[in-house]
Design a protein around this ligand. Sequence first.
Ligand code: ADP
Ligand code: MG
Length: 870
Amino acid sequence: MWYKLTKEEVLKELRVDPEKGLAEQEVEERRKKYGENKIPEKKSKSFINIFFSQFKEFLTIVLIIATLISFLLGEIKDAVAILIIVIINAILGSVQEYKAEKTLESLKSYVSPKANVLRDGKIIKVDIEELVPGDIVLIEEGEKMPADLRLIETNNLQVDESILIGESVPVRKDADFVAQEDITLGDQINMAFKGTTVVSGRGKGVVVGTGLNTALGDIAKMLSEMEEEPTPLQKELEKLGKQLTYVILSLVALLLFIGIIQEREFFDMFLTAVSLAVAAIPEGLPTVITILLAIGVQEMAKRKAIVRKLSAVEALGATSVICTDKTGTLTENKMDLVKIVLPNGEMVEKKDYKKQKEKIRDILETALLASSVRVTSDGSYIGDALDVAIYKNFEETYGNKPENLTKVDELPFDSSRKRVSILYKVLSEDKYLLCVKGAGEEILQRSNTYQEENVIKPMSVEDRKRFMEIQDLLSKDGLRVLAVAKREFDEIDERDEWEKDLIFLGFIAFMDPLREGVKEAIEKCKEAGIRPIIVTGDYLLTAKKIAEDLGIDVDSGSTYTGLDLQRQDLDSLDWDSVVLFSRVLPEQKMNIVKELKERGEIVAMTGDGVNDAPALKMADIGVGMGLRGTDVAREASDLVLLDDSFATIVRAVEEGRRIFDNIRKVTYYLLTCNFSEILVVSLSVFLGYPLPLTPIELLWINLVTDGFPALALGVEPPEKDIMSRKPRKLNEGIINKSMWKNIIIDGILIGIAAFVLFVIGSKENINTGRTMAFTGIVFSQIFQALRLSLRKRKSLFRERFSNKYLTLAVLFSLFLQVLVVFTPIGIRFFNLERLSVREFLLTLVLALFPIYLLTGEKIYEKIFKRNINL
Ligand code: ADP
Ligand code: MG
């Protein structure tokens, strides 16, 4: 019962010095004893499991039973052949599914949160799994509690414990509290629990429980893991798959029925019907989508975009608006303090700081005191980029830090306050000093005097206007501007009374260079019909200049401020032309997303703060930041940028489009192939011919031509117009109307070609007919894959091998088929007839149909200078 012990007792019990932390060696020993600080997740499916689940399909079971029967009936060779093909099919399917599982699993470990911990007297960052009981942990706003802690220091620390106690009002923590009796979790205000989030303030605590041995662990033990929702595309395909299943099953039943009326051999007919159903029902489609999405996730990870939800991959491909913040995403967030402006308008450039040392001492020192920067053991600075810049410039100018002050309390920064205040006690005198920095409007509103050459003067309305003009002037150059102020008092009053009657000291201006590649990315967006909208907490003029520098046409677009959003009816804004929102509160971000979504846009929104979480959740694609930003924001997002850059979002969009195109291609391909198979069998049955394809052949087609080329189509490189066409409408399904039409036409052409081959060959004998139909349909399907791959390339000839997997798959499938048709083993195994050269050439000529179509399409494009849509 840690909450009943005093801090000292807890530290003693856990044998740790709160100033030094544990020694590494001690950490090792404790880790052996207590294990890793993680809550085990659901076990993933094993390969064997996945393999056997391949046989759960009802039709596959029917097929296997039928095969066993034919085995008993003495058709040993055929039965063995069918079983072998079914098993190879299942193995291939399992390998793919297993790989997809593994990829998705590895996702989870990409963005593993870290904690600041004190060890061997130094503050270091470690993965939270590595924490052990006794570790001294520092926590701050936006972080997730890494373990159960007994707090030993609290600084306005407020924690959201809703995941544990269901109460969403933040709990104010107090390290000095000691309970006298047993109390519930919610009342243990000297404790902090794993998984809860810091809403504001900071604190320090000693780890008392890790992994399953935490309050969260107790719950996790009770709850079963939540399954991931299928993505919209997966759902759509599942539905499509079901519908196709019904259609195909009815058709197959009809064929069987007609076959019986025609007095065909029942068992042959039955086996063929089942094989046809197994081959033609695209039961593998949803899995294919999962695999392609998983591959996409992997590709995006290589490009520094970590997908946290599979559905984000699909939505990315349809993104029409990207709402992006400015600092750190469009700019580097590597600030330098380049100008200081005093209330009298005197401007001091960076190169003159040393020369003007005395003049700027008060403002720079106050700014420093209003910052929080920690220097790590290796000499790097941890803290807000602005604060670090102030710190560095102060050090360069004066060398040492001001002394004779101790920090008492602080009102921390948050994006709605737009300011920071830190309260100090002046040691030599009996008084307090409040140091404030923040957005100009906020500070000037709360100041009633200003300091000029050590004289404090009252601030008139004109003065205030004059100061605002200074801010505008600086902002117009794209500088980020902060106002600095202070206040001295003898007695401290209530916290919310602190920030008033301030003495304004002047402005400090920061330069934040544009990120490399962002300008090009914005350009790309424009071409691709995607609208970038800057949504920033910064000042309008600063943001405007940055936008202009990036090539966004601010003058013909509209811009709004947070105040506009507050005052105006959201409907009255010009949403079609808006390019910039400035001085926006995090809460307003959500309204912006909502409004855009209602207008039919697919919205990506970036965010880094705790209060950005609702907007991130509301967006179609919430984009979190890997470098800066809080755990809370990352957790609420669907996509995390490892490098925080806007350009990465655009690359992810491009990848999303590519994946969608490929899903389309694979679906289109499989449907044309399956349709042609059904057609050739149905035609023969209806017209009273013998069966054109044997069960083994049907299953083989399903394996060889539906399998390898289809997979290879899934990894096609981007099409030529990938970033120059408009975003896809999200409600436009995988297969649209015109695609259905084309699928049917293609299927008919391939199917009829095979049927014609069958009829011609049958004149010689039935086996020759089957061999020709079989070879013809396999070849034309392979060529169809080639056609789908090539028809959206810029240059057919130069890019003919640009998908090397497809080239390999095509060659491999052709090779296998040639092996089957031309080797004695193949001929025996499949019951084929050796084809003469003339017959083979005829087969080839008819099977090349897709290539003729491709040529036609290309010629059409050349003549009419128009792209053919798939
Ligand atoms: P953004 O990241 O979009 O620029 P923020 O919400 O981070 O927006 O910042 C909004 C405003 O708050 C800034 O323009 C600045 O005036 C003020 N501000 C930002 N960071 C600090 C800080 N560390 N200390 C004081 N004020 C700050
Ligand atoms: Mg910011």
